[in-house]
Ligand binder design. Structure first.
Ligand SMILES: [Zn+2]
Length: 303
């Protein structure tokens, strides 16, 4: 094992190429997570809702649960991240293993289902490609180290969170909270920052956006963000320490404003429509992971 690590650390481009392939394959699974986790969550909510109605408002059960069922009954009863296998949403033909190959599968099919020619969204290969490139870059940046393994795991979960937030305006606790605890644990021995900076970072990350949320709500009566956004910022505080939080907030606001203005100009977004903030925090946090300390040092030295 240690010999292999020595070889890879002397051949970073080889390591990076292996990392790319591995991450693209995981990216293909992340597409499944992005698509299915929200469906699984909605099912759970429906069950909880039914339970509540059965206990307290029996007269409402029949009409409401019919409506709820109709919203998600397109999916088979047993439905999780593994079962059933991937199939075309239109003609239900199973997708062949070689068509599941990241990026290549989509190119082989030329973006269409093999049997009914329904278009397959370009988002699938894009997510596979982005995941592969991001992790290949991490491989060059960190080399074959424990930091690389952690940063790769973080990148995978961030990719899933970004996709789900774009689709559903949701950042599931099932993804943010384990990431938060994991970040606190790996910093007990100072993987990215000291344990105390990580702990303060987690609390400060959550509480800063939480305060902004309540100030905004008291002033305007509107919700500007969701609780998932606070938790995601807490994740970055836990992973990289409180010192990077101002930079992450600044970067995500800049990127968010630029994208928002572009969307308004291109008329894809009306003023006042909610836009998910999670993807911007995720991107800003990822950039801060790589260059945050450098940017902070540069900023402090120019002061
Ligand atoms: Zn089809």
């Amino acid at each position: 094992m240690s010999e292999l690590i020595t070889i890879l650390s002397h051949n970073l481009w080889l390591f990076s190429a292996i990392a790319f392939i591995f991450a693209a394959v995981i990216g293909s699974f992340l597409n499944v997570v992005i698509h299915r986790l929200p469906v699984m969550m909605k099912r759970e909510w429906q069950q909880e809702c039914n339970q509540y109605l059965n206990e307290y408002h029996k007269e409402l059960v029949a009409p409401i649960s019919k409506k709820l069922e109709r919203a998600i009954d397109d999916y088979p009863e047993k439905y999780n991240l593994i079962v059933p296998g991937s199939a075309c949403p239109k003609c239900k033909t199973d997708i062949k293993p070689w068509h599941n190959l990241p990026v290549i599968g989509w190119l082989m099919l030329r973006g269409k289902c093999a049997s009914c020619s329904t278009a397959i969204s370009a988002r699938y290969p894009i997510i596979e490609l982005l995941t592969g490139l991001a992790v290949a870059f991490l491989a060059l940046h960190f080399g074959p180290t424990w930091e690389f393994a952690c940063a790769t795991l973080l990148t995978f979960v961030l990719m899933a969170l970004t996709g789900i937030d774009l689709d559903e305006m949701l950042l599931p606790d099932q993804l943010t909270l384990p990431l938060l605890w994991f970040g606190l644990l790996i910093n007990l021995n100072g993987t990215f920052t000291s344990g105390s900076d990580a702990l303060i970072g987690a609390a400060a990350g959550y509480l800063s956006l939480w305060s902004v949320f309540w100030a905004f709500k008291l002033l305007t009566g509107k919700d500007g963000m969701g609780y998932g956004d606070f938790k995601l910022l807490a994740v970055f505080g836990a992973w990289f320490g409180w010192q990077l939080l101002p930079l992450i907030i600044l970067l995500s606001s800049i990127v968010g404003a630029v994208v928002g203005i572009m969307l308004i100009i291109s008329k894809k977004l009306n003023h006042g429509n909610p836009i998910p903030f999670g993807p911007y925090i995720a991107l800003a946090g990822w950039i801060a992971m790589i260059w945050g300390s450098d940017i902070n040092a540069w900023y402090l030295s120019t002061l």
